[in-house]
Design a protein around this ligand. Structure first.
Ligand SMILES: [Zn+2]
Length: 408
């Protein structure tokens, strides 16, 4: 048993309205939090906490629940910096991108995949992220999809089988054959390693009927549904997500009134990943304002991947969401914490109520507004973590094999 009091916090974001000012962020000023054995056990006024083994004073700083990054693709081989540079130089984006990563991922050893993914999780932790979801999807063949999920399982309990990322190169002339593989042998191999199943619904990827088939096959194996929906243009992704009761529809960049209404009625979270719009220089960003005004639950995530959003930074995503998706700074912080938890159907993270996992992030700044107000500035870092997870990087802190994360 060991207990720590984080005291003299200038602003505490609890995400529990009743613990604070009644707003969704449940803000308290001059506050304290007590953590015992990796759990939040007390929240109250500065100087009023029960006795603890350790005391950490955080005068002038803001403390919030660690970010929940509910959408990432961290297991891959190779990088695509040249493709990015060419795109930014105005050269046309070629469809070869994702296939380049598939080839590099198939060629990578488990050790290479593990080292890269671990480094990226370490980057995330350094910027204040606690829970992260990690997808497969750069194998597009049974063995590599399984290997990708084995690596993901070492890093998180929130693993997602994304065999249906794109049709594998071997099946370009036989997409239904690939759907059969994804819902058959590949699913058999991957389902035991995954909590979720995801499908990329887009022209050139999978259509609505294929997505239904894939998500239903996953549901029969106990996998919850998530969908890459309406990223590059209008399409059936959001409707399919709401129809099958997906936890989240991700991207949501091109929505019509029916899509917004379906999200509001279904309880499916809309997860915005504006790092993708930024990195592809998209003229259109998801309209978060419209979604919030319609009553949709909105989450923010990095979509970290080597092609279209190679960032691990939730603070950067928060700044983008405020600047380009119409969220207020407070709404963006909620979406990056409690919103991410909702997108993973978790009630034990994303807030600092008693009993929550002790994922705490501290800002070298007095309020949560500074995350969007000071873009690109490294203000956020992990302050505390559940048992078995060090809050500071292991070893000398240099990029290494990664930050160990216990299963949920
Ligand atoms: Zn994605």
């Amino acid at each position: 048993m060991s207990s720590t009091c984080f005291d003299r916090i200038a602003e505490l974001v609890t995400n529990r309205p009743e613990l604070g000012d009644g707003s969704p962020l449940g803000l308290r000023t001059d506050a304290a939090v007590v953590v015992e054995d990796g759990e939040v056990v007390w929240v109250g006024d500065a100087g009023a906490a029960p006795a603890t083994d350790d005391l950490v004073e955080l005068t002038g700083r803001c403390v919030l629940p660690s970010f929940v990054d509910s959408h990432s693709h961290l297991v891959f081989g190779g990088e695509r910096a040249e493709e990015f540079a060419a795109r930014m130089a105005g050269r046309a984006y070629t469809a070869g991108g994702i296939r380049t990563t598939i080839a590099a991922t198939r060629a990578a050893s488990v050790e290479q995949l593990r080292r890269r993914a671990g480094q990226l999780v370490t980057e995330m932790r350094r910027q204040g992220t606690g829970v992260v979801e990690i997808k497969s999807g750069y194998g597009a063949e049974v063995a590599t999809e399984r290997r990708s999920l084995e690596v993901a399982c070492e890093l998180t309990g929130e693993t997602t089988y994304l065999g249906a990322h794109v049709v594998a190169p071997e099946f370009v002339d036989d997409p239904s054959g690939y759907v059969e593989l994804v819902t058959g042998e590949m699913l058999d191999s991957c389902a035991p390693l995954a909590r979720w199943i995801d499908v990329f619904v887009e022209d050139g990827a999978f259509d609505g009927d294929q997505a239904r088939t894939i998500l239903r096959a996953g549901a029969e194996r106990g996998l919850g549904a998530r969908v890459h929906a309406n990223q590059l243009g209008p399409g059936p992704g959001v409707q399919v997500a709401c129809e099958v009761g997906a936890a989240s529809a991700d991207h949501c960049t091109h929505l019509d009134e029916r899509d917004v209404a379906a999200l509001a009625d279904s309880g499916t979270v809309a997860t915005l990943v504006p790092g993708a719009e930024f990195s592809t220089r998209s003229p259109v960003y998801p309209d978060g304002r419209r979604l919030l005004d319609a009553g949709v639950t909105v989450a923010l995530a990095t979509d970290c991947n080597p092609g279209t959003s190679y960032t691990t930074s939730m603070p950067f995503v928060i700044a983008l969401a405020v600047r380009d998706c119409g969220l207020t700074p407070s709404e963006a912080v909620w979406a990056a914490t409690a919103g991410g938890a909702a997108a993973l159907r978790r009630d034990d993270v994303g807030h600092l109520g008693v009993g929550a996992h002790a994922w705490l992030t501290v800002l070298d700044a007095p309020s949560h507004h500074h995350l969007a107000y000071r873009p690109g500035v490294p203000l956020a870092r992990l302050l505390a973590a559940p048992q078995g997870v060090p809050a500071t990087p292991p070893g000398d802190g240099s990029p290494g094999p990664g930050w160990p994360i216990p299963p949920r």
